[in-house]
Design a protein around this ligand. Structure first.
Ligand SMILES: Nc1nc2c(ncn2[C@@H]2O[C@H](COP(=O)(O)OP(=O)(O)OP(=O)(O)O)[C@@H](O)[C@H]2O)c(=O)[nH]1
Length: 305
């Protein structure tokens, strides 16, 4: 199956939900305020968030349609979602010099962090970058094991310590090994214990301090991984992690398993942070940078162009 097919299939539940919510909100005459209000409500109910929903409502109102059928509504929805996604759809840029370019990956447990690291690593290796994975989530032995499995799967080396070890020292060793072996990108898994914010902050600032000593520009990226199935909760996580960890970009996963994919649009409009990639499945190829038009059309339930 092509990526475009997987993308469209992945967003099917979200598109169906939006379809149900907007069904009947069409008009054979010029749209009145009540219908516009209903459209805005339907978009909020589809997890697009109040900011994006209002913006889309205003855009529809400004066009002064003489009449609007469902296809027309879906088309304008796709156009407006595309405008919201275009400025934030930014693939990861591997620019760090001297090498390695260091990427910290953060997020709550179960958000898809480790899987995302494997998939990003694979994607970068396909572009001929040398990749090293670092098991900085030392809190759970299972997390270290899981990263090692991903390393084997994508044929990338993994640097790991013992459970309960110091993540900063693993990161230190990671940079050293990457420098010595000419690796381009070091991707660091971190523990995601939001319930203990102070500890998380201390741990991350220590990692940053150690990295900064080796290379002032590192980490070059701090990527927050979000599970789209958590809907609005994903937005709260962006706020908290922005405060505690200095997020530079987002990856949203599990868009295939949910009707709540509208949250991608809500996050884009509310925070304006770069969204580097989206995940629409568990396979190694199911995470990619995305084309805003293709995603917007998939969300709006229109066929790919
Ligand atoms: N359907 C689907 N499943 C995904 C996607 N990304 C990750 N998963 C699944 O989500 C589950 C959790 O992913 P992990 O990578 O283990 O999450 P984590 O954040 O590293 O979790 P911890 O290791 O517990 O911290 C796994 O079963 C993954 O296969 C996705 O885009 N789509």
């Amino acid at each position: 199956m092509s990526w475009l097919d997987r993308l469209t299939g992945g967003f099917r539940k979200t598109a169906d939900r939006i379809g149900e919510n907007i069904s009947g909100l069409t008009s054979k005459t010029a749209l009145d305020t009540t219908t516009l209000d209903d459209i805005e409500e339907a978009l909020i109910a589809s997890d697009l968030g109040p900011e994006a929903s209002k913006r889309i409502r205003d855009a529809i109102a400004a066009r002064r349609f003489e009449q609007l059928d469902e296809r027309g509504l879906r088309t304008i929805l796709a156009e407006e979602i595309e405008k919201i996604l275009t400025p934030v759809a930014k693939p990861l840029d591997i620019h760090g010099f001297p090498r390695p370019h260091v990427i910290l990956v953060i997020g709550v447990n179960g958000s898809g962090k480790t899987t995302t690291i494997g998939k990003i690593g694979h994607h970068l290796m396909e572009q001929d970058y040398g990749v090293l994975l670092a098991a900085g989530d030392t809190f759970r032995a299972a997390a270290i094991e899981q990263l090692k499995i991903w390393g084997e799967r994508i044929h990338a080396p993994v640097i790991a310590g013992k459970e309960g070890g110091d993540p900063a020292s693993i990161v230190f060793d990671g940079v050293k090994q990457a420098t010595e072996t000419g690796i381009d990108v070091l991707i660091v898994d971190t523990a995601g214990r939001l319930q203990n914010k102070q500890h998380l902050m201390d741990e991350l600032s220590k990692v940053r301090r150690v990295l900064g000593k080796l290379n002032e520009a590192a980490p070059h990226d701090v990527i927050l991984v979000l599970d789209a199935t958590t809907g609005q909760n994903a937005l709260n996580q962006i706020e908290v992690f922005q405060e505690t960890a200095g997020v530079t970009g987002l990856v949203m996963t599990k868009l295939d398993g949910t009707a709540r994919g509208g949250v991608l649009v809500a996050a884009a409009e509310k925070f304006g942070l770069p969204i580097h990639a989206i995940g629409v499945g568990e396979g190694v190829d199911d995470l990619r940078p995305f084309d805003p038009r293709a995603v917007a059309r998939a969300i709006a339930g229109l066929p790919p162009q």
